[in-house]
Ligand binder design. Structure first.
Ligand SMILES: *Cc1c(COP(=O)(O)O)cnc(C)c1O
Length: 407
């Protein structure tokens, strides 16, 4: 085999389909988010980021930065080992206590990322529990899919957010067979929200465990930022709540919160927990500061929801189609990979606006989109600039508008 030409040919295929991934090389500016410098073109230039998962700007929050500086000065750079061998620091233990409290669970267990926490926790639970059947929502994140696959447990995929389909699959199984229902609260690409209470009812009826990924909800929803399950008073009904420290909490890391024994079980058997160096203490301290701040402060969550509503209203006024969902994620539907990438390129080049195109395989072909994530630190002027740029490009690309458009 000619390896070199195989790689080159596959990559040029991706480019022809418009599905080749190009990274934007940014330099975030401390205290100036959503502003950043783009190093992409011939010259460095300022851009406004409209697609960050640092949903609340907590990656710039003085409490978070202060805690990280302090821990760096106290403890130095790295943790120095795996959690098992010298890597468990006081900051890791404090953060786990903060997370267990956030979700009203006995324990929490920290991982190096949300991806790793899903992969390791699902892989271990489904792999170790004898004859476990995993019922996985069709739109679950890649990290859950990989964890379930890694477990080698039997898996059935239920139609996205479809309770009837889930119940049909549950009802076919013996009541005493171990079952794990894996799903998300806010789905990241469509921004829709799972019927968590109904899923918990089915889990009770058919004797199943529940595993909820709240990655796009922690920090953002609920009176203390515990997520959709907190907002709906359901945290105690879920077997496992999983979250990230890298999105609304603005740092990096992932975790599960559950009973003490379940966390201890995963701690004891998960290869992806045991055999990897622990997060730096400064990261754990920064994440703990962020979680702690958002437990009491509503200002960020309120401003976030205001900005989301403002952007939606402005898009509606221009008839630019976006998914009507009950969350903070605004998917503006383009429906063509080439136009989606083109709009993104021109937004960056001519308008200083950065929105990454979301193409296949992240979303199904024909549903290519621009995923806009307003934050409390986007100003009214930022919103004006964004919406007017989108309006111009919508015309230029001859994309359809909704009839409600004023023009
Ligand atoms: C981003 C994401 C993850 C992974 O979290 P990281 O901390 O970024 O690794 C897990 N689940 C969902 C639904 C995600 O969108």
């Amino acid at each position: 085999m000619d390896y070199g030409s195989y790689f080159a040919k596959t990559l040029s295929g991706l480019k022809e389909e418009g599905n080749y991934r190009v990274f934007a090389e940014l330099e975030r500016e401390r205290g100036a988010f959503p502003r950043a410098r783009s190093h992409g073109g011939e010259t460095e230039k300022p851009v406004t980021i409209w697609c960050s998962n640092d949903y609340l700007g907590m990656g710039q929050h003085p409490d978070v930065l202060g805690a990280m500086h302090d821990a760096l000065d106290r403890c130095g750079a790295g943790a120095g080992g795996t959690r098992n061998i010298s890597g468990t620091t006081h900051d890791h233990v404090l953060l786990e206590a903060e997370l267990a409290d956030l979700h009203g669970k006995e324990s929490a267990l920290l991982f190096t990322s949300g991806y790793v926490s899903n992969w390791a926790a699902l892989g271990t639970l489904a792999g170790k529990i004898p004859n476990c059947l995993v019922l996985s929502d069709a739109l679950n994140h890649a990290s859950m899919i990989e964890g379930i696959r890694h477990s080698k447990a039997e898996r059935q995929i239920w139609k996205h957010n479809d309770l009837a389909d889930l119940e049909t699959k549950l009802a076919q199984q013996p009541l005493d067979r171990p079952k794990l229902i894996a799903f998300e609260s806010v789905y990241s690409m469509d921004g829709d929200i799972a019927p968590i209470a109904d899923i918990c009812d089915l889990a009770d009826k058919y004797n199943a465990m529940t595993y909820l990924d709240e990655v796009h909800a922690v920090g953002l929803y609920g009176p203390r930022g515990g997520g959709i399950a907190e907002r709906e008073g359901l945290m105690d009904r879920l077997t496992v709540i999983q979250g990230t420290l890298g999105k609304a909490f603005g740092v990096v890391g992932g975790y599960i919160a559950a009973s003490a024994d379940l966390c201890d079980f995963v701690r004891s058997f998960a290869s992806g927990f045991i055999f990897t160096t622990a997060l730096p203490p400064a990261v754990a301290a920064g994440a703990a500061a962020s979680v702690r701040h958002l437990k009491t402060s509503q200002a960020e969550r309120n401003a976030h929801q205001d900005r989301v509503a403002a952007v939606r209203a402005r898009l509606d006024a221009l008839g630019i189609p976006h998914e009507m969902n009950p969350s903070h994620i605004i998917p503006v539907m383009v429906g063509c990979p080439v136009k989606c990438k083109y709009i993104s390129d021109i937004l960056m080049r001519d308008f200083g606006v950065y929105i990454q195109p979301i193409n296949y395989p992240t979303v199904p072909k024909g549903t290519e989109r621009l995923r806009i994530t307003p934050s409390p630190v986007h100003s009214a002027a930022d919103i004006d600039h964004l919406v007017s740029a989108l309006g111009q490009l919508w015309t230029q690309c001859e994309l359809a508008r909704l009839p409600m458009a004023a023009q």
